[in-house]
Design a protein around this ligand. Sequence first.
Ligand code: FES
Length: 561
Amino acid sequence: MVTVIFEPYGRKVEVTGNETILDAAMKCGVVIRSICGGKGACKKCKVRIDKGEVKLLSEEAKLEDGTLLACQVVPVTDCVVYVPEESRLGVQKVLHKGKVRPEELDPWVRKEYKDGKVVIIYREDGRIIDERDKDFKPLGLAIDIGSTKVVTYLVDLETGKILAEAYDINKQVIYGDDLMSRIEYCIRNKDGYKDLHNAVISCINDLIRRLVAMSRTKVADIVHVVAAGNTVMTYLFLGRDVRGFADAHYEVEKGSYRANARDLGLLTCKNAPVYCLPCVGRFLGGDIIGDILTSGMWKSDDIQLLIDIGTNTHVVVGCRDWYIATTGPGATTFEGYGVRYGMKAMEGAIERVVIRDGKVEYQVIGNVKPIGICGSGLIDLLAELFVNKIIDSQGKLRKNHPNVVERNGKLEFIVVPASESGTGKDITIDEQDIKNLLESKASVCALITTLLKKVRLDLSDIKRVYICGAFANYLDLNNAVKIGMIPEFPNAEIEYIGNGSIAGAYLVLTNYKYKDVVENIAENLTYIEMINDSDFVDEYIAATTIPGKKEYFPTVWSLVS
Ligand code: FES
C-alpha cells in the first residue's frame, strides 16, 4: 500500500498493487482528462511526479516534455503528483439553455383537496404521491443527462416558470471522458455500472441542493422528475448494467422508462415518479427524441433535417410521422482527441480564430492565456488556413507563411507562440492533427449526405435544418461549410435549437400530452446503421478533402477556384 498526494488539490489516497496514478486520481475524486479511458492513446492525462518513484507500464508513458501519462504509471513508493493545468478538467463552457416554447401548462401531477389537506395525485396511475397543506406548491425537475455535463431546471408546476437552473460536469468523467471508456470501465469492474450510477446521482443531488438554495424552496417539494439522455446515460441513471452496449448487436429495451425517485437515490419527495424520454437504439436515446420534440419537426409537413454533433453525431431527416435517423462517430477530434493542442470548450481554450493580413488573431474562453484550442476554434482555424492557402485541399501545409515551421521532420503551424501561451510552449497544429480533423468532419458530412441518398432526397429538398448540441451552437456555420463539414442547403433555413435534451425534458415535464408525442416519435423513428455501408464509405472518402464534392459545396468551390 502506498500513498499518493495530488497537487495542487492536496488530496491524498492509498493505492495497492497495479493501480495507476489515473486510478488513484479517480479514487479520490481528482478529475484528470482521460479521453481514451486509460489506454495510453489520447495523451491527455499528463502528470508530473514531484516526489517518489513510479513504474512505467509502456514505452509511451514518458512524453518528450518529461511529463508522464497518469494511466501508464504505477506508484511504487509514496508519491506527490502534480496535475498540470492542461490535464485538469475545468468548468466547461456549457450550453444549458434549450429553446423552451411557451406552451399551455398541463403537468402530470394534480392537486386535490381532502379534509383541509392537499393530496398530490399522479395522473399516470392515479396514485397519491404525497399529502401536504393547502399552500403547497408542487415543483418538477427537468434533467439533461449528458455524458460530459448534467443540466437541470427546477420548475414551478403551477406556472411552468423555471425557478432556477444549474449545471455541472457529469461526475462520471473520472471513469472516462467518452461513452466507450465508461462501458469498458463497467466491463473491467464487476459492479462498475453501480459506480457510474452513484456518480451521476451524486452529481444530480448536488445540483438539486443548489437549485433549492437558489429558489428558496425545499427538496421535498419536487414531486415529479423528467430526464433525457443518450441510451447509455439513461441506463446508468436508472442503475442498469451497460456492459451489453459493447456488443454492436445489443438490443436495448425500446420505449420510455419509469422509476421512483426513492429507488434511484434522488433528493426529492421520496415518492416522486421519474420519467425518462424514450430510447430507440444503442446510440439513439432520449436526448435526440428531445431534439425532435423541441425542434417541432414532428408537426411539420415540410421535410426537415436535424444535426446533433456531440460525443456522437446524430442526423435525423423527416417530417410529421416519419423520421429516419443515423448515428456515427462524434466529432471527438474537435473535443481534443487526436489533436495535440485540442481541448474541450473550457477556460483557456481558443474558441475563435481569424487570420488577418497573415497574422493570427484569436479569442480565448475566460480571457486568460490560451492553453489549447476547442472545437469551434479548430473549425475556424482549418477554414482560415484553407482560405488563406496555408493548407491545400488535402490538408497539407505549405511553407508560404512564417508560422509554418519544420520540427523533427514534420511541418506545423504555430497558432500561438510560447511567449503568449499559458503553458509556456507554442500552441501548434500539424499535418497529423489536420488529417484527424478532416476525418472527423468527413464523417459528419458523409452521415448527412448518405442518409439523404438512402431516402432519395437532395440537399435542395430540405426546407429547414436544425443544429443542436453545445458544440454545434458555438461553431461558425460559414466556416463549418467552408471546411466541408456541413453541406450547403440551398433552400433551407438554418435554426440553432440549443440544448434540445433539456428543453425536451422541460416540455414533457410541463405538459402531459408531450409524453404521447415523444413516444410516437420513438415509435415512428427508423434507425439506419451506416458505419459499414458502402455508400457511406464512398461519401466519407470524398469528404476527407476540403471542402469535398463540388455538388455539395458549389459556393465554396466558386470562392476558392
Ligand atoms: S493516454 Fe492516459 S487516459 Fe488517454
